[in-house]
Design a protein around this ligand. Structure first.
Ligand code: CMC
Length: 428
């Protein structure tokens, strides 16, 4: 195979090198396209065919339904690792040994207090504020109480910033939920594991001891692992592009949280449960919603279905579906919405509209059902996704800075008015 791509524009030929990844993916390196051709660019709205970077963090093959973090299969990580180990793996590239993991956790615990003044900012939000908006704001607000920039040339400074953010975001997540529920802000307990502590901070009542439920702990740990990274999706690209201007880590993450909020991205987990609830209220009429999803004049989409990259089963959805069955059975929860979800999935997988377009359930289709069984309120679902995605965003931000990537700045093809003279107001 040739290692070059040949392009003809107006009878002139140009050659561009091909780049090959370790999993044999091929890209055309068009860095010199504009200068070589005197101004020609590529146009690819939504970046369906455009690679924005070379990355060594996550590999996914959408046709085969493969997802790997740093070379390890997601199925194996979800089964055998814990969330903090996976966070370390994603950010630093290798699984930590026991001593490194213990130090990592202990460094996180040492940073787990947030400035008391932050409570004033949380207090200023109305109780009705959506937790994703609150979390994005609080993450940005952390810059007021912490060094706003990180010396990326120092591994130590980078490590300290990473540990700080992994310590403080869970506190903000828990307090965001407690604010909405009118509960006092509490800290967890440094003798607990990372995810155990998150559960305690979220659910501890002021007048009773919080007793950990191993089923809940295990399920949340697994969900966070499944959400931990997904290469160059909308929010991750937002984090990378924000950070590419050398804006600080906290604000880059805050930008990522805002991007995740949308219903086409992480916000889908909330939208799925709301859709399933609506179907339940509508006498379980799945056929009606299938018809709406297929009707091009109706903006309704089957939430939790379809994916930009997966054109086969989303491997995370497979794990979550199995887990939903187990968790609900173990907790003794009967959720009629699970049956509606299964019925809807079956119908969609047999329907030519969905089959032809290769639309399968994605990670968000069943995750809300588990979150709900764990006692997490619906409007917190996307916040839980953010918590899981945190290591991925950090890993991608770190990689982008260490590789000294240039500022992200796409081009455009201008389709507006051409030059015209100004018209004074009295003549318009
Ligand atoms: N329901 C009905 N039709 C759909 C759906 C859906 N959920 N998803 C895609 N289609 C149709 C779409 O109308 C289009 O049809 P046609 O070719 O006739 O115009 C075709 O399938 C291709 O869709 P697309 O919108 O061009 O695909 P995309 O890659 O731009 O969008 C997506 C991917 C995930 C935004 C989209 O599938 C969607 O809106 N799904 C519902 C929202 C959702 O579940 N999002 C979570 C994604 S996974 C987790 C995450 O990213 O955070």
């Amino acid at each position: 195979m040739s290692d070059k791509a040949r392009l003809e524009i107006n009878g002139k030929f140009y050659e561009f090198p091909l780049v090959k990844g370790t999993e044999n993916e091929i890209g055309i390196d068009i860095k010199t396209l504009r200068s070589a051709t005197g101004g020609v660019i590529t146009l690819d709205p939504g970046y369906k065919n455009t690679g924005s970077c070379e990355s060594g963090i996550t590999f996914l093959d959408g046709e085969k339904g493969i997802l790997r973090y740093r070379g390890y299969d997601i199925e194996e990580l979800a089964d055998k690792a814990d969330f903090l180990e996976v966070a370390y793996l994603l950010i630093f590239g290798e699984l930590p040994d026991a001593e490194t993991l213990e130090k990592f956790h202990s460094d996180i615990k040492n940073e787990s207090l947030v400035d008391e003044e932050l409570k004033k900012i949380i207090d200023a939000f109305p109780k009705s504020a959506h937790p994703m908006g609150v979390l994005a704001s609080l993450t940005s607000a952390l810059t007021a109480f912490n060094p706003s920039s990180v010396n990326v040339d120092s591994e130590e400074a980078m490590y300290n910033a990473i540990v700080r953010i992994l310590a403080k975001i869970p506190v903000l997540v828990a307090w965001t939920m407690r604010k909405r529920q009118g509960l006092p802000f509490v800290y967890g307990d440094n003798s607990l594991g990372y995810v155990e502590n998150i559960l305690k901070m979220m659910f501890q009542k002021p007048n009773e001891e919080y007793v950990q439920n191993p089923i809940v702990l295990d399920a949340l740990d697994k969900l966070l692992i499944l959400h931990a990274d997904h290469e160059q999706n909308c929010s991750t690209s937002t984090v990378r592009i924000t950070g590419s201007s050398h804006a600080g880590l906290f604000v880059s993450l805050s930008a990522g949280i805002s991007a995740l909020w949308g219903p086409l991205h992480g916000g889908a987990n909330q939208a799925v449960i709301e859709m399933l609830e609506n179907i339940k209220e509508d006498d379980g009429d799945t056929k009606k919603y299938m018809a709406k999803a297929k009707d091009k004049n109706d903006p309704f989409r089957l939430m939790g279905f379809g994916h930009r990259v997966y054109k086969n089963f989303d491997p995370r959805a497979k794990i979550i579906k199995k887990s939903a069955d187990e968790v609900l059975a173990d907790l003794g929860v009967e959720d009629p919405v699970l049956e509606i979800a299964k019925g809807l999935e079956k119908e969609a997988l047999e329907d030519p509209y969905f089959v032809d377009r290769k639309l399968y359930p994605n990670v968000d289709f069943y995750s809300g059902i588990i979150y709900r069984a764990l006692g997490i309120p619906t409007e917190m679902f996307t916040v839980m996704f953010s918590l899981g995605r945190l290591p991925g965003w950090i890993a991608q931000w770190r990689e982008m800075r260490l590789r000294k990537e240039p500022i992200g700045r796409p081009r455009q093809i201008y389709i507006g008015k051409t030059h015209r003279p100004f018209i004074p107001i009295e003549k318009r």
